[in-house]
Design a binder for this molecule. Structure first.
Ligand SMILES: O=C(O)C1=C[C@@H](OP(=O)(O)O)[C@@H](O)[C@H](O)C1
Ligand SMILES: C=C(OP(=O)(O)O)C(=O)O
Length: 458
C-alpha cells in the first residue's frame, strides 16, 4: 500500500491554510490548544461505534423492533443507519425518551434489493453489510470514499461466494462491488484469511443466524488482529439469542436461528476516550470518564493498562475511570495487535514520553483509514520525534516537538493524535479536523473544554 500522501486527503484538507490563526473546527486547519496547566475534568463520551453498528445490524435482522439507548451519532453510525434504511429497515433516530441523546428505534423488514450502500470510510459498514445484502431480494451496489477503495474486502467477498452469493467486483477485492441478493443464503462452511481484519469474521457471524445452514468460519493465515472485536460480536449475538460456538481456536460457528429484538444501552466509546485520558497523563492532571464499564469487550479498555505502564495513576470505580498524571511519562514496549485502533494515540503519547517506545503487532493497520504506520512515522517525525517504521509497528524516540501542520489523511484518529501532540507543541495545526466526525463529531469542542475550560468552542 502506498505511503500516505497529503494529496490523498479531501479537497478541503488540501487547501489547508496552515495558519495557526485559523481555529475553525470544520475549516481546513485547527490550531490545537497548548496545555498551560494540568487538565482537571470529567469527560462524558458518546457511545461506542463498534457496539452501535453491531446493534444496528442485528436489529435490522431481528424478529421484532429494537431500542438502542445512547447510540453513537457519528458519520460511521449514520452511514450504517442509512444503509439499513436503504435495505428496507426502519431506523428512527429522533425518539428522545427524556435523554439528551435520542434513542434509536429499529424496525426490521424484508430486505429489499435495488439499493445502493454508501460506506464512506467505515470498515464496519463495508464489511458488515455485504453478508446482509446477500439476504436482500435483488441487486445491492456498494461504494465509498476514495480512501475506502483500498481497504481490504477480498476475503469477505470470496467467503460470500463460497456460502452461496453472487458477488461482482473488478477483481481487486475492494470497493466498489455488487451483491446479487436472492432473498436467502444457503450458508455453510468457509475458510478465509482474516489476518488483515477481524471485521471479516464479525461480518459473517452477524448475518450468519439468518443463513439457512448458519455459518462456520475457519481462519487460516497469520493471527487475526483485534480479537476483542470478535468477542464483542459473539457476545452481542448471544445476547440476541443466537447460538455461537467459539470454543476452538480460529473457528467460529453460528447456528441458524432467529435474532431477538434488542433493548440495549450502548457503552461509551473507550477508544475515543483514549486521547482525553492521555491528556491527564501528559499534563500531570486528572481526567475521569464517567460510565466506564466494569465488564466490556471493547478493545479500547486496554488503554487502562497502557496508561498505567506509561506512568499514570489509574483507578476504575463505579463512577468511572480516573487517570492522573504523576509528572513522569514512561516509554513503553507494547504489542497492540488486539487493540490496534489505539495505535495513533499511543504513538503520540510515546512521542511525549521521557524515554523511547516500541509499538508492535499492528502490521494490518496499514489497511485502516490510511496506512497508519506510514502516516504516524511521517507526521510525528515532521514535528521532531525520531520515528522508524518497522514491518509491524513503530519505534519512537521522543525529542522536543515543534508546531506546524499535522496532516491527518482522512483519519479521525490522526486528528486525536495531533491534538495530543499539540498539548506540548505550540503552533501545531491539525489539518482537516472535521474528519474526526467519523466517530466523534464533538471532539474539537470537548478537547477545548478540557484544555482551556470556559473558552469559547471554536
Ligand atoms: O469490528 C469492529 O468494530 C472493529 C474492528 C477492528 O478492525 P480491524 O480488525 O480491521 O483492526 C477495529 O480496529 C475497528 O476500529 C473496529
Ligand atoms: C480502524 C477503525 O475504523 P473502521 O471501523 O473503519 O475499521 C478505527 O476506528 O480506528
Amino acid at each position: 500500500m502506498p505511503s500516505p500522501d497529503p494529496s490523498h486527503v479531501s479537497s478541503t484538507a488540501k487547501s489547508t491554510g496552515s495558519s495557526a490563526a485559523d481555529t475553525s473546527a470544520d475549516g481546513p486547519g485547527w490550531a490545537t490548544p497548548t496545555a498551560r496547566r494540568p487538565v482537571e475534568a470529567d469527560v462524558t463520551l458518546p457511545g461506542s461505534k463498534s457496539l452501535t453498528n453491531r446493534f444496528l445490524v442485528l436489529a435490522a435482522l431481528a424478529n421484532g423492533p429494537s431500542l438502542l439507548r445512547r447510540p453513537l451519532r457519528s458519520r460511521d453510525t449514520l452511514l450504517m443507519a442509512q444503509a439499513l434504511r436503504d435495505l428496507g429497515a426502519g431506523v428512527d433516530d429522533t425518539t428522545a425518551h427524556g435523554s439528551a441523546t435520542p434513542d434509536w428505534v429499529v424496525t426490521p423488514a424484508t430486505l429489499r434489493g435495488g439499493a445502493h450502500i454508501e460506506c464512506g470510510l467505515a470498515g464496519t459498514v463495508m464489511r458488515f453489510l455485504p453478508p446482509v445484502a446477500a439476504l436482500a431480494n435483488g441487486l445491492v451496489t456498494f461504494d465509498g470514499d476514495v480512501q475506502a477503495r483500498v481497504r481490504p474486502m477480498g476475503p469477505v467477498l470470496d467467503a460470500l461466494r463460497v456460502l452461496g452469493a453472487q458477488v461482482e467486483d473488478d477483481g481487486r477485492g475492494t470497493l466498489p462491488f455488487t451483491v446479487h441478493g436472492t432473498g436467502r443464503m444457503p450458508g455453510g462452511s468457509v475458510t478465509l484469511d482474516a489476518s488483515s481484519s477481524s471485521q471479516f469474521i464479525s461480518a459473517l457471524l452477524l448475518a450468519g443466524p439468518r443463513y439457512d445452514g448458519g455459518v462456520t468460519i475457519h481462519h487460516e493465515g497469520k493471527p487475526v488482529p483485534s480479537e476483542p472485536h470478535i468477542e464483542m460480536t459473539v457476545e452481542t449475538l448471544r445476547d440476541a439469542g443466537a447460538i455461537v460456538d467459539d470454543g476452538d481456536a480460529n473457528t467460529w460457528r453460528v447456528e441458524p436461528s432467529e435474532i431477538n429484538g434488542l433493548d440495549v444501552q450502548v457503552e461509551p466509546d473507550l477508544s475515543n476516550a483514549a486521547p482525553f485520558l492521555a491528556a491527564g497523563l501528559v499534563t500531570s492532571g486528572r481526567v475521569t470518564v464517567p460510565g466506564w464499564p466494569q465488564h466490556t469487550t471493547q478493545a479500547g479498555d486496554a488503554i487502562r493498562d497502557i496508561l498505567d505502564i506509561m506512568g499514570a495513576d489509574v483507578s476504575l470505580s463505579r463512577e468511572g475511570l480516573t487517570v492522573s498524571g504523576t509528572g513522569e511519562i514512561n516509554g513503553i514496549d507494547i504489542d497492540l495487535h488486539d487493540a490496534s485502533e489505539l495505535t495513533p494515540v499511543v504513538a503520540a503519547l510515546a512521542a511525549l514520553a521521557d524515554s523511547p517506545s516500541v509499538i508492535r503487532g499492528v502490521a494490518h493497520i496499514r489497511g485502516h483509514e490510511t496506512d497508519r504506520l506510514a502516516a504516524l512515522a511521517r507526521e510525528l517525525g515532521a514535528r521532531g520525534a525520531v520515528v522508524t517504521e518497522t514491518e509491524d509497528g513503530l519505534r519512537i524516540t521522543p525529542r522536543p516537538l515543534s508546531g506546524g501542520l499535522f496532516h491527518t489523511y482522512a483519519d479521525h484518529r490522526m486528528v486525536m493524535a495531533g491534538a495530543l501532540l499539540g498539548l506540548r507543541a505550540p503552533g501545531l495545526v491539525v489539518e482537516a479536523p472535521d474528519t474526526v466526525a467519523k466517530t466523534l463529531p464533538d471532539f474539537v469542542g470537548l478537547w477545548h473544554e478540557l484544555v482551556e475550560p470556559g473558552s469559547a468552542t471554536p
